[in-house]
Design a protein around this ligand. Structure first.
Ligand code: NDP
Length: 301
């Protein structure tokens, strides 16, 4: 039987609807307007696109949204001074510094200067530590794994993953590791695989939930999938697509979608799977920050 296609665009729209509704309620009840500041340094075209869509989505949600565009030659000290200003600004609940940063700036240092209670990307050591120790009530969870987790919960129709085996392929700090911690916090039995893992296909076949966050186009094949598994494909890879015309390209995930969809129980497509969830969860995290600042329980997604 063909897998259920997990519609990330639709789930993301639903999350954004909740954010809009709860923002209106927060403003009405407390006068607190969620505020997000996005900082971009330089002219990287992909980053410009991301930043524009984040700003647009924030405005749609009813947030105060400010974008700071800094020159590519900006000194690290000047960026740190801006972050200090935003940390001290009570109208800003979320600060996002768009990565990558130019060479003269130490990314790690910049991330650690963001106040943990405004770190809506969830990259600060305090938030990483809270997730690792299961302090989810006060942590910020990185947006892509947080969004993947919403898809898993809604697809399986439960928050408690007791008894299920989860395999996460990829161990990056922004996707693989936080994803594994979230699955563990939800009581799944979790294995993290990476480039040094032996017999990855056999390990993947043990997974009731398989998350791919590798960055290798269509690496995961049908015979890696346990029949009926929930497959979450985080990968976004642009490949040549001569079949669409000369010089054309298309996006694919880390999972060979067509063949795996014939075996899996449910699967995210690429695009329109995990991708749209990332910005939606950024909005959710910002609202969470505003709710915490106002002493109000944030919504669940
Ligand atoms: P990284 O490059 O930081 O990490 C990739 C991971 O995959 C590493 O842990 C690496 O192992 C592992 N890996 C590489 N090759 C293999 C292999 N042959 N077998 C098993 N494991 C392997 O990538 P990210 O985590 O940042 O991103 C992963 C993918 O997700 C990318 O395609 C990226 O574009 C996409 N992405 C999508 C987002 C979204 O919004 N949907 C957001 C963020 C990322 P090792 O550690 O041993 O090197």
């Amino acid at each position: 039987m063909a897998a259920t296609v997990i519609d990330g665009t639709q789930v993301a729209a639903d999350v954004v609807e909740t954010v809009k509704r709860e923002t209106a309620k927060l403003v009405k009840d407390t006068g607190v307007v969620p505020g997000i500041a996005v900082v971009i340094v330089g002219e990287d075209p992909a980053s410009q696109v991301y930043v524009r869509s984040k700003g647009k989505r924030a405005e749609e949600c009813g947030f105060k949204s400010v974008t700071h565009r800094l020159d590519a030659s900006t000194a690290e000290a000047d960026l740190l001074a801006l972050i200090a200003e935003l940390n001290a600004d009570p109208s800003i609940h979320g600060i996002l510094v768009q990565l990558p940063l130019p060479k003269q700036i130490d990314e790690g240092k910049v991330i650690q200067e963001i106040a943990p209670e405004k770190d809506v990307d969830g990259f600060h050591f305090i938030n990483v530590g809270k997730l690792g120790t299961g302090e989810l009530e006060t942590a910020y969870v990185p947006c892509t794994p947080a969004g993947s987790m919403v898809l898993i919960r809604r697809t399986l129709g439960k928050s408690d993953l007791s008894g299920l085996n989860a395999v996460v392929v990829g161990r990056s700090n922004i996707v693989g590791k936080p994803m594994a911690n979230l699955l563990l916090a939800a009581n799944a039995t979790v294995t993290i695989a990476h480039s040094r893992t032996r017999d990855l296909p056999a390990l993947a076949r043990t997974a009731d939930i398989l998350v791919a966050a590798v960055g290798r186009p269509e690496m995961i094949k049908a015979d890696w999938i346990k029949p009926g598994a929930c497959v979450i494909d985080v990968g976004i890879n642009r490949i040549d697509a001569p079949e669409l015309g000369e010089g054309k390209t298309r996006l694919v995930g880390d999972v060979a979608y067509g063949e795996c969809a014939a075996v899996a129980g449910s699967i995210t497509p690429v695009p329109r799977g995990v991708g749209p969830m990332t910005i939606a969860m950024l909005m959710a995290n910002t609202l969470t920050g505003a709710c915490r600042a106002a002493g109000v329980e944030p919504p669940a997604y």
